[in-house]
Design a protein around this ligand. Sequence first.
Ligand code: PMP
Length: 355
Amino acid sequence: MNTRATGLIRPEILALSAYAVPSSAGFIKLDAMENPYAFPADLKPGLMEHLAAASLNRYPDASAGELREAIRQAMNIPDALEIVLGNGSDEIIQMIAVACAKPGAALLSFEPSFVMFRLIATFCGLDYVGVPLTKDFAIDIVATRAAIEQHQPAVTFIAYPNNPTGNLFDRDAIREIIMLSPGLVVIDEAYFAFSSDSFLDEIANFPNAVLMRTVSKLGLAGLRLGFLAGHPEWIREFDKVRLPYNINNLTQAAAAFALRHYDALLAQAAILCIERSQLLKVLRTIPDITVFPSEANFILLRVPESEKTFKALLSRKILVKHTSASHDLLGNTLRVTIGTPAENAAFVSALRDTI
Ligand code: PMP
């Protein structure tokens, strides 16, 4: 049928592929950085009570005041910072991009990094500038200085730790980027719960930097909740492009309750950090693979033939992310999320068989 869609849709959208989420039914799912542990059983009755009390017939609290306060308390957000919530931090990236998309404005990030920075820049009509990382996945500060000078980015996204490489960038390089930037710098701490470092205590010192986090990797991916903490002057503007009622009643109720039991969420993250060390240790004993260090709940590895290994893992019902094609620096790589000890053992055993 000639719907005329191809004539009407913007060419840069026609050129995109939709964000692909493979079906995972029946698989050991180690592809999406989810927490493998269920919500703690002893907290479930309390959670159910909270959900039962939510009014499904009413629109949500538009400002989600109780939830914002719960985030503040749980994560010790400095008083100088205001908070705006998103339906996942993906939505926050989009809010920032929409607000900054003046004609000709640029969004800068690094390559390889989180793909949504580039995709959302494209959705919103921003010029995307992807500065290549060095081959050990560090920020190339010389190239970054030049890119900032040339493109004068309205907004820069820095994933700290980075996805899919798992490392923390040099803190001083990030400070320099914030100082040099004519625009806003967003520090994306999606993996903060597994990281040895954070910008939370420093962010308020910069007039042009904000901090983004998500609860997705903390065991609450199904709720879709992220937030941006920054000076009120920034947050006020981003709040204007937030769609009304973007955080639904069930998410507000469940997340506010869960964050009042933040210690239980952090305890699961701590277990995953221990599992990460075990998995790193075991993977390093397998000949012919390169294992990259990780400050997140996943590990990037390079194998001799990633396509063959990825398919062999699939045939053993193990789903990881095949990152090889996404960037030149990622040739023959796979990204595996830290699972339960049994899932990690199944992965290692299948990997050994396929290398
Ligand atoms: N930032 C980074 C660096 C990520 O890796 C992800 C998810 N993979 C996100 C943001 C988005 O997380 P969410 O939308 O689930 O909050």
